[in-house]
Write a protein that binds this ligand. Structure first.
Ligand SMILES: C[S@@+](CC[C@H](N)C(=O)[O-])C[C@H]1O[C@@H](n2cnc3c(N)ncnc32)[C@H](O)[C@@H]1O
Length: 423
């Protein structure tokens, strides 16, 4: 990190300005090169500061409002938020306050507010750290909280918000030997076979990365392929495949895999991932709805709201407002209907989304079952190691939520169903 950490903090504030002011996602900003001008250490720090601030923003705003008679411009509010979160997470008062004041004083139009930043952060340094832990766990914005409370109840919502605030550990999927990966990385073997690492440093420096022994994949995200249960030599079509976590699982099981995605840049990541792990799949870049053929099994990991990944992506509820979700729900139904034409008689379609919204899971499958008389929910496919009966849903799928496995560090939200075609 640079001496005062000003650069990393300035970049964190820039990310927050873009997420909160322009509705951009961190993933979009990072792939557009928002942090490319920073040294690796500063880049990691800027990213972490932005994520921590988004997770703790409600608490930071509560503390700040006591010391502000009116709201300063967004950039200054974000400077104060980053400073507050740092101070309340144990940052040294002198260093944090100085860096934030420097950051504002060098800003071309906001320099005159450096006195305000100095005064407010000094007050936060004095009383913020003690007050922080007494504030409630930050809640999701109303546009998302409302439908989720309606779907899962207030108690589950509280558990999910606690999981969002805690963030996510690093989960790995082993290419062939989960126990060996757990031993090499110092991780824990989870009941479903994923390896969980709690104190991960740089992923690319971890043992087994270069050798391609594992890849990063949340434990919940690994379950669609577990449920599909690919057999050696089976033909499997992986629709909406990038960046390829599930493609690698299918190929590692010995299936003959065709992977499809319409995003060329994301498909390049599938190619890199396959090369690193020494696995093979045929790659098609294009719209899944234009795909033809006939397969033993099809996996459809449909584009969705991604509301199941908020532990990792706390920017999502702040950048989005739900207005795009209707179009995604329509696309999911179209993708299911087309995917169904590509399943051999007697074959199976595994449909999944990393969403917490029933409209992108349970309701989608209920509707698909009504549209397709030759489709049944294969509930036997859910009888897999580590999958708990409490996660099953009435239409025959599986509901995973961030508050599941609370004592183990949670899991991403996901919906999964295995749909069997009449022979
Ligand atoms: C949830 S992500 C897939 C994650 C991936 N299955 C994995 O395990 O790594 C959804 C993907 O759908 C792709 N996508 C969205 N609409 C598509 C379409 N009409 N046809 C093909 N791919 C599409 C996106 O580019 C994105 O990569």
């Amino acid at each position: 990190m640079s001496d005062t950490g000003v650069q990393a903090r300035r970049s964190a504030v820039y990310l927050l300005d873009q997420v909160l002011g322009e509705g951009k996602l961190m993933s979009e900003l990072l792939s557009a090169g928002a942090l490319d001008n920073l040294a690796p250490e500063d880049r990691a720090r800027a990213n972490r500061l932005a994520l921590d601030t988004l997770r703790g923003m409600e608490r930071a705003d509560r503390l700040l409002q006591k010391h502000l008679s009116k709201y300063p411009p967004l950039t200054v509010r974000n400077v104060l938020r980053v400073g507050t979160v740092e101070l309340c997470q144990g940052g040294a008062a002198h260093g944090v306050v100085n860096a934030m004041v420097q950051l504002v004083s060098r800003h071309k139009s906001l320099g005159h507010l450096k006195g305000l930043v100095n005064a407010v952060l000094r007050k936060i340094a004095a009383d913020g750290p003690e007050a922080w832990g007494q504030l409630r766990v930050p809640r999701l914005p109303k546009w998302l909280r409302g439908p989720l409370v309606q779907a899962w109840g207030a108690e589950a919502m509280t558990g999910m918000e606690a999981a969002h605030f805690a963030g996510a550990p690093l989960d790995l999927t082993a290419k062939s030997d989960p126990a060996a990966v757990a031993a090499a990385t110092g991780g824990t073997l989870l009941p479903t076979g994923s390896v969980r690492v709690t104190d991960a440093g740089q992923v690319t420096a971890m043992p087994g990365f270069d050798a391609g022994d594992w890849w990063v994949q949340d434990a919940a995200a690994a379950l669609p392929v577990t449920i599909l249960d690919p057999q050696p030599g089976e033909t499997v079509l992986d629709l909406c495949a990038a960046p390829g976590g599930k493609t690698m699982q299918l190929a590692a099981a010995g299936a003959v895999v065709t992977a499809v995605d319409d995003a060329p840049g994301r498909m390049a990541r599938v190619r890199d991932n396959l090369a690193r792990t020494g696995l093979t799949a045929t790659l098609h870049i294009g719209d899944a709805r234009a795909e033809t053929g006939s397969y033993d099994a099809v996996l459809l990991d449909a584009p969705c709201s991604a509301t199941g990944t908020i532990r990792r992506h706390p920017d999502l509820p702040h950048a989005k407002d739900g207005s795009e979700f209707g179009a995604l729900i329509d696309l999911q139904a179209e993708l299911i209907d087309h995917a169904w034409t590509l399943v051999k008689p007697g074959g199976r379609l595994v449909f999944c989304t990393c969403s917490l919204l029933p409209d992108e899971g349970e309701v989608q499958v209920d509707d698909a079952l009504a549209r397709h008389p030759d489709m049944t929910a294969d509930t036997g496919a859910l009888d897999r190691r580590g999958i708990e009966s409490a996660w099953r849903t009435t239409e025959g799928g599986l509901r995973l939520r961030p508050d599941h496995w609370a004592d183990r560090g949670g899991m991403d939200g996901f919906y999964i169903a295995c749909l069997r075609k009449s022979a």
